[in-house]
Write a protein that binds this ligand. Sequence first.
Ligand code: KDG
Length: 345
Amino acid sequence: MKKALKVASVLLVLAMAVTLLAGCGGGDKKPAEQKVEKKVIKVSIGLNDASPEYKGLEKWKELVAKESKGRIEIQIFPSAQLGDDIKTMTALRAGTLEMSGPSSSPMATIDKRWMVFDLPFLFPNEKVVDAVLDGPFGKKMLDSLSAHGLVGLMYMENGYRQVTNSKREIKTPDDIKGLKIRTMENPVHLAAWRKLGANPTPMPFSEVFNAMQQKTIDGQENPNTTNFLQKFYEVQKYTTLSKHVYTPFVIMYSKKLWDTLPKEDQALLMKTGKEASKWQREYNRKVDAEAAQGLAKAGMTVTTLTPEQQKLFMDATKDIAAQFEKEIGKDVIDEVKAEIAKASK
Ligand code: KDG
């Protein structure tokens, strides 16, 4: 009996050794058979899945999947499921979320220089926008984010912002007097709307529809695409194509998490990001025009300003740049204005 037990235990040890050796034999496998580690990157946005921002990220997701042969997967979380702009930027800086695509405006809570994009009537047209964002100024702004625990990957387009409200048609700043207007959480926007005579209230995007429905605010301002695709026409009657400000989306990555990525993956994300950003801006421009028509079809009064009327809005807000010169930095304002002048020739 004793002898039988001894034989059995020797056999067991031998069997274990064979299994172990077989396990170490991975070196025989061809690289293609080895399991490829899949990387998932989560991106949060406040707008819904019909928005041009979502579509642009979807395009990027496709490009990244193709270039990485399915190894890198971008997952997009719309409608502030993971939090609004300020909350998600905080998560990025802490390294608990990979990516977010806020408007540039709430980024003023991180670095006041970003308020340069909030100056009213800064960009005369989209050709100039592209030249400035894709030129040295746009790059410098993206690069500056690394000091704040963020990596600026690319700009996408939200578009020129237009004012909507439920009370009356707006043709001149006089029509704005006393209206409760939601703004983004940004001091330049607050100051500009005060100058126009409104009673502005800052609020995260996800609360805007309800606030309009419950009439705690009379109006808000966003591009036609947002006003249409977020169904703001259900709770707003008037929209004026005021084009009062152009604030881009900044598609950003947590620096803590970015630094853990292999260099080749960083390069792949940057390269495909450039392509997606170009695609998204073209797409947005097409959809914006359709969205303005959609708002009219949905029953809103859509008002186009005459150049004289628009000048009244420009005149009323012309001192804003001087008011914020110290906070934004005179050098930053001068630099963007020089780039705009160059691109406008
Ligand atoms: O996904 C972007 C949104 O979170 C937000 O930035 C949209 O322009 C916006 C707003 O009015 O808050």
